[in-house]
Structure formats: C-alpha cells, structure tokens
Design a protein around this ligand. Structure first.
Ligand SMILES: *[C@@H]1O[C@H](CO)[C@@H](O)[C@H](O)[C@H]1NC(C)=O
Ligand SMILES: *[C@@H]1O[C@H](CO)[C@@H](O)[C@H](O)[C@H]1NC(C)=O
Ligand SMILES: *[C@@H]1O[C@H](CO)[C@@H](O)[C@H](O)[C@H]1NC(C)=O
Length: 365
C-alpha cells in the first residue's frame, strides 16, 4: 500500500523545495537547457559537440516544406545566422537539408534530394512521432548526418516541452513564450478528465481507461468523447482548469516520448496521471510529486482510491502542486523551432563530419 508520500520517497528529488537556485537545474534536465544554449555545452554527450563559428551563415533547406510563413529564427528564438527555406532550387547552396521521416516515406515524388550531395552538406533526419509511427527506417540507413528528435540522446534534442526554473527565466531567450505556473489549489468542480481524439481499442491507454472507469467517474472530451471541447485557442487548457486530474496517456510507450498532453495538464493546473514511459523517465522532466504514474499502484483500483483521496485532501493537493510556484513551462513551437534548432546545430558543427551510425538500432526499441 502506498502512504501519501510514498510517491516521492525514493526519488532523487526529495527536498526539491529547499533546492532553490542552480541545484534545481539538476532535475530540470540539463539538456533542455543545453538546447537553448548549445554553444555553452562543449561536453554535452551525446548531444552535438560544439564549435562555435559565430560568423557562419547557414542556409537550411526543409525538403518537405509545408509552412506558409516561415519563422524568423532571430526574431522568434534569438538564433542568429540562420536562414530557412523550402525552395528546392537552393539545394546546391544549402549547408543542410532537413527531412521529416514521415514525409519521406509518404512522398510520391522526390522523397529525398538527389545524390551526389554538395560537399559538406549535412542531411538531418527528424520525426516527432514514436517509433511505432515511423516505419521503414532501415531503408534510409547510411545517408543522414544528424538526428533531431524528442529523445534526449538524439544529436539534436528537442522535447515537446520542459520546465524552466523561474530564477533562470530571464536568462533564457524564448522566455516570453513560457507559461508561469500557479501553485494555487483553487477548488475545481471537475474530478478526472481525459481528452481523446484517436480511439483504438487495441491501445493500452484505452484498456486502462476502461478499467479505471469501473471505479471512478471520468469525463471524456474530444472526437471519441461524450463532451465537445469549446472552440478557440487554448481550449484544452481552459477546460483543464476545471479539473483536478488529467489522464495524460500517451498513445504508445517509448523512451522520452512525453508529449504536449502532459504539458497541457501542467499548464492547466490539473495533476497529470501519466501512462507512457517509466516513472524514472518522467522524473527527468518533472519533480516526482508533480505527476501520478499509473505504475505507482499495484492495481487500478488502488490508483482510483488514491485519486479520490487526493481530491478530498487539501494537504495532498498542496503536496502535488506546491512545486509549481518556482517553475514555468515552455512548449516547443512546431515547426519553426524544429527548423531553427536544426539550423543552429548545423552552425555549431560547420566544418565537421557527422555520420548517423545506425538509425534503426537507435530509434526502435
Ligand atoms: C492563481 O490562481 C488563483 C486562483 O485561481 C488566481 O486567483 C490567481 O490570480 C492565479 N495567479 C496567477 C498568477 O495566475
Ligand atoms: C554526411 O553523411 C554522409 C553519409 O554517411 C557522409 O558520406 C558525409 O561525409 C557526411 N558529411 C558531413 C558533412 O558530415
Ligand atoms: C542496424 O541495426 C539493426 C538492428 O540492430 C541491424 O539489423 C542492421 O543490420 C544494422 N544496420 C547497419 C547498416 O548497420
């Protein structure tokens, strides 16, 4: 049985409350910090090692370009020396070409640029989907120079979101896009909610939901739900402000595959109940008490009991929320931030040779 604090007892982050200041950054996955400040992390293994040639001007060609208005990398992210284009006639001038795997395998024409490639040009593989949605990787072995992904061990690491300690907010350039969190445990009319747009009976999260709802009431929004989300910007987050818990269930379980579902819950102040990679994996992104992992309980019934117990206990609610006063959430801006971050990495690696060793062995479990 779980005592109230058992969730955090075994954790590396015990005492996070007293760890204000840089010590807090340990938990805050250093690399999240690194990707913003690539030039400051010469030893960030296995991320891209750096050689800051700060005068380099980089042209990055996005091979399957579908963005109407490109972001200006300097204006949006204070990344300098980067031009992003979708114009294939620039192929011979491009320092790097970025390919989204999903687009490569679905393209009817010219899935890849022509070989031979211009000397020193780097090809970058990226996808933000889990391995189950990225088939046929083996057909594209031996052509890429860098990988960009939500996995921390990608050459270029770009998670869906991450926490920034408020004390570092003014040191990080995209801070103006960060959402400050609120540790208030305001009363909430709703109990547990789930938003599901993609319902497949075979998915683990559907099994889990069906089991959990035998014990507690769960409101469902989205295509597959009984309620309809209000329209408008931030509608999910607005809705989540009415609920105590959110089922942040990923559609498949893979290393570091933690999506905006989690970060929406955090921004909305609903305590996330997570199903995805292991608790340890989540703890690289969040304090241990910030979420409830479905594996924390030997049975679904005990999880349900715990959720009811928290709902009725102001001190337990506070235990799960009070870490929030020191943090803000940053969510990656698709797709512009992917392009600009890739370009920044190319700039740092200019003049170096990179080879992706084995995409298949790395990305598939
Ligand atoms: C935090 O939440 C409380 C209660 O809902 C609200 O009164 C307060 O304005 C919020 N603070 C911020 C900074 O959003
Ligand atoms: C990019 O990868 C290819 C294929 O492995 C390799 O031949 C080439 O030297 C690499 N180029 C750079 C600039 O890293
Ligand atoms: C990459 O790894 C996979 C799985 O471990 C292996 O089957 C394959 O032969 C490797 N490919 C290359 C090109 O080394």
């Amino acid at each position: 049985m779980h005592s109230d604090l058992s969730l955090i007892k075994n954790s590396a982050f015990q005492g996070i409350y007293s760890l204000v200041g840089l010590a807090a950054v340990n938990f805050l996955l250093l690399s999240g910090f690194c990707l913003l400040e690539l030039s400051d992390v010469s030893n960030a293994e296995p991320s891209v090692p750096v050689s800051a040639d700060n005068n380099a001007e980089i042209l990055l060609l996005v091979w399957h370009y579908s963005v109407r208005r490109p972001r200006d990398c300097w204006e949006s992210f204070q990344i300098s020396g980067c031009t992003i284009t979708g114009d294939r006639s620039m192929y011979n001038k491009a320092d790097a070409v970025l390919m989204r795997h999903r687009s490569v395998i679905t393209a009817e024409e010219a899935p890849l640029p022509p070989e031979p490639r211009p000397p020193a040009q780097k090809w970058i593989w990226f996808d933000m989907e889990p391995p189950t949605k990225a088939p046929r990787l083996w057909e594209y072995e031996g052509i890429y120079n860098l990988t960009l992904n939500y996995r921390e061990d990608a050459d270029i690491f770009l998670p869906y979101g991450y926490l920034i300690p408020n004390i570092l907010l003014d040191k990080l350039t995209p801070a103006r896009f960060a959402h400050p969190l609120n540790s208030s445990s305001d009363p909430r009319p709703g109990f547990v909610v789930w938003v599901v747009s993609h319902w497949e009976d075979r998915l683990e999260r559907v099994h889990f939901y069906k089991h959990l709802k035998e014990f507690i009431k769960i409101d469902i929004f989205g295509q597959a739900g009984t309620s309809i989300l209000p329209k408008g910007k931030n509608n999910v987050i607005q809705m989540l402000r009415q609920y105590r818990f959110y089922l942040a269930f990923e559609n498949s379980q893979h290393t570091d595959y933690i999506t905006e579902k989690l970060w929406n819950a955090v921004i909305g102040g609903a305590i996330p109940v997570v199903l995805g990679p292991s608790r340890k994996n989540y703890e690289r992104f969040l304090p241990p008490e910030a979420f409830i992992h479905v594996d924390d309980f030997p049975t679904v019934q005990e999880l349900a009991q715990y959720l009811r117990k928290v709902r009725d206990s102001p001190s337990l609610i506070q235990m799960h929320l009070s870490w929030r006063k020191d943090y803000s959430v940053y969510m990656t801006l698709l797709w512009g931030e992917i392009f600009c971050t890739a370009c920044k990495a190319v700039r740092m690696r200019k003049g170096k040779i990179d080879v992706v060793k084995n995409l298949t062995a790395w990305f598939y479990p």
